[in-house]
Design a protein around this ligand. Structure first.
Ligand SMILES: Nc1ncnc2c1ncn2[C@@H]1O[C@H](COP(=O)(O)OP(=O)(O)OP(=O)(O)O)[C@@H](O)[C@H]1O
Ligand SMILES: [Mg+2]
Length: 320
């Protein structure tokens, strides 16, 4: 469904050039839910926005290969972007509050994408389709909500509307950027269940971006862990949860409360995520890593594959 090789994103800012994504490879198969996990600022959003070419002009994007379905979008023109946006890849943005237009009704916002793609569709039929989509995302009494404005909706409802908009052109892949972060736990689990149901009923692949490994664990079949613009580790959820190999993944787990484990004290990962304008030499995690040796300070490690199917960019992987 989606294949990305060696994606780099450099963002020009007032303080200098931020190399936000530093050579990542992704492979998303049909029907799978993949978690893209990492601390704030590690480049999750930038990487996915770059693939969809939704970054502003100050971002320089380069890749050896980006293929969505059968469409090569490594160096896309406007036409191929129009083809893939909405129908191949749909994006739910990080903040539903800011992503909905406050002066347009919910119905208008859900139907906008459908009417752009099908210019012959009547208003009446577009509204029917909007009602169908609202039913799909489990909004009760959709006819009543069609004429409402975003401020009249709760946070969970807004997120459902965002999902309905994303589904409007039947995408093959849905990129859901922190879709549950601003919601309380009950609504959070309802949205997770909705995404899982949609994945199973329509076979849509999902890239689920989150900073929370425990949320990713509940919904994803595979997890990609990012650190400082690169992939630290990738593996099945079962392996990432029970047998992480990168010390960063290992430490992340030990810093999260888990009901399946009895530990007296949660660990803290010492230090902070490095400043992207002043990255350390070698492995970018080495200043915070308890397993660091001299080699780690010199050259950044490349990913190494293990027999259990995981891969980690580390000279001294754990749990082998
Ligand atoms: N427009 C911009 N100008 C300058 N730097 C930027 C810009 N957009 C992103 N960055 C930088 O790129 C890096 C990656 O940011 P990004 O938003 O992709 O991280 P993220 O993993 O999605 O974090 P979060 O979990 O907070 O959403 C950060 O260091 C950020 O400061
Ligand atoms: Mg983000």
């Amino acid at each position: 469904m989606l294949e990305v090789k060696n994606l780099h994103v450099r963002i020009k800012s007032m303080r200098g050039e931020v190399h936000a994504v530093r050579g990542i490879d992704l492979f998303i198969s049909k029907g799978e839910i993949v978690g893209l996990v990492g601390e704030s600022g590690c480049g999750k959003t930038t990487a996915m926005l770059a693939i969809c070419r939704l970054l502003s002009d100050n971002a320089i994007i380069s890749a050896d290969k980006i293929i969505a379905g059968e469409t090569d979008i490594t160096n896309p023109d406007e036409n191929s972007l129009l083809q893939i946006r909405g129908s191949r890849i749909a994006y739910i943005f990080q903040d539903p509050q800011a992503s909905l237009n406050p002066v347009l009704t919910i119905g208008d916002q859900i139907t906008e994408g459908i009417m752009i793609k099908d210019k012959s569709l009547s208003r009446e039929n577009a509204d029917k389709r909007a009602v169908e989509l609202m039913n799909k995302v489990k909004i009760n009494n959709p006819e009543i909500w069609l004429g409402s404005y975003p401020h009249q909706l709760s946070g969970g409802m807004k997120q459902r509307v965002m999902i309905a908009i994303a589904l409007s052109n039947s995408p093959d892949i849905l990129i859901a950027d922190e879709p549950t972060t601003s919601l309380d736990v009950t609504v959070q689990s309802e949205i997770l269940k909705l995404l899982k149901d949609l994945n199973q009923s329509i076979g849509m692949s999902i890239v689920f971006i989150t900073h929370d490994l425990s949320v990713a664990k509940n919904i994803c079949g595979r997890i990609i862990v990012m650190y400082a613009g690169r992939i630290a580790e990738v593996g099945s959820t079962e392996k990432i949860v029970n047998c992480p190999h990168h010390p960063y993944t290992f430490k992340l787990w030990n810093s999260i409360p888990r009901i399946d484990r009895d530990i007296a004290r949660l660990e803290i990962i010492p230090g902070n995520v490095p400043n992207p304008l002043d990255l350390p030499a070698g492995c970018k995690f080495h200043p915070r890593c308890g397993y660091m040796q001299e080699k780690c300070t010199a050259i950044e490690p490349e990913p190494v594959s293990f027999r259990d199917g995981s891969a980690a960019a580390c000279y001294f992987p754990v749990n082998l």
